[in-house]
Design a protein around this ligand. Structure first.
Ligand code: ZN
Length: 251
C-alpha cells in the first residue's frame, strides 16, 4: 500500500514538474528591437520613412497590443511575454528627434538613441541640447554608436588600432562626460561585427552590443547566444511590410 502511495506521489510530482516546464516555456520572454534612421519622407532613401508612415506603424503596433519597453527594462529583465518592442533610432538625425517628440512622447512611449559624437551638432544632426533633452525623458536611453560611425572590421583594427579604439572608447568617454552618465551598451555601425570589435568592447567596459539580425531578443539578455551580438530588425522600405505583417500576426 505504502509503495502505491509513494508511486502515486512520484507520478503526481512528475506531472507537476512537466506542467511547470511547459508553463516556463510558454512564459519565455522576448523583445523585438526595431531600428529606425530618418524621417524625411524620401522614398528614394531605403531606410527613410515619412512622419505619417512612422505614426501609422506605431499606431498599428500599439493597436495590436504591443508593449513599448525601455532599455532599462530590457537590461534588468523586467519584461513579461513576447509582445514587446524596443524602438531604437540610429545616428542622431534631427528628424529622429522630431519623430520621437511628435509620435512617441505624446503616447508616453520610450525610445533608445544610438549616437556617435562626431555626428552630433553637425549639419542635419541633433545638437547636444536636443540629445540632452531626449536623454532626460523618463524611459529613454542613449547608447554608443561609434565615434565616427566607422565599419568596425578586423582589418580596420589591424591598420589603425588607435582610431579603431577611439570608435569604442573616445565615443563612450565623450558621451559620458557630456551627458553625465555611464554607458555600457554599443550599437555596431552598419551592423558590422568582428572579433576585434568584441575584444575592444570588453576592454572598454561594455556589456552589450547590438548588430542586425531578424530574430527576437531573448530576456534575460544572458540567455542570448552572444551578449555582444544582440539582434535588431532594421526597418527599410523593402522590408517594412513584411516585418510589420509578422509582428501583427502574433496573437
Ligand atoms: Zn548608424
Amino acid at each position: 500500500m505504502t509503495k502505491v502511495v509513494l508511486l502515486l506521489c512520484w507520478l503526481s510530482w512528475g506531472v507537476q514538474a512537466l506542467a511547470a516546464g511547459a508553463q516556463q516555456k510558454l512564459e519565455s520572454k522576448a523583445v523585438t528591437v526595431l531600428c529606425y534612421h530618418t524621417f524625411l519622407g524620401k522614398t528614394s532613401i531605403f531606410t527613410d520613412f515619412s512622419l505619417a508612415e512612422f505614426s501609422e506603424q506605431i499606431k498599428q503596433l500599439v493597436g495590436a497590443g504591443y508593449r513599448f519597453v525601455s532599455l532599462a527594462q530590457v537590461e534588468n529583465g523586467e519584461i513579461s511575454g513576447q509582445k514587446n518592442l524596443l524602438v531604437m533610432f540610429d545616428d542622431g538625425h534631427h528628424t529622429a528627434a522630431t519623430a520621437f517628440n511628435q509620435v512617441m512622447a505624446p503616447q508616453g512611449l520610450p525610445a533608445v538613441f544610438a549616437l556617435f559624437p562626431a555626428g552630433i551638432a553637425s549639419p542635419h544632426y541633433m545638437n547636444w541640447e536636443q540629445v540632452k533633452a531626449l536623454a532626460e525623458v523618463p524611459g529613454n536611453a542613449i547608447v554608443v554608436h561609434g565615434y565616427h560611425h566607422e565599419k568596425l572590421f578586423d582589418r580596420f583594427a589591424r591598420s589603425n588600432p588607435q582610431q579603431f579604439m577611439d570608435e569604442f572608447e573616445k565615443a563612450k568617454n565623450i558621451l559620458e562626460k557630456k551627458l553625465n552618465q555611464t554607458f555600457h551598451t554599443f550599437v555596431y555601425p552598419y551592423g558590422v561585427i568582428s572579433a576585434s570589435g568584441k575584444e575592444q568592447l570588453k576592454k572598454s567596459g561594455y556589456l552589450y552590443a547590438y548588430g542586425l539580425a531578424q530574430r527576437p531578443l531573448l530576456i534575460p539578455l544572458s540567455t542570448n547566444p552572444d551578449p555582444l551580438a544582440l539582434p535588431r530588425y532594421m526597418l527599410t522600405r523593402p522590408l517594412v511590410k513584411q516585418v510589420l505583417a509578422k509582428l501583427l500576426r502574433v496573437p
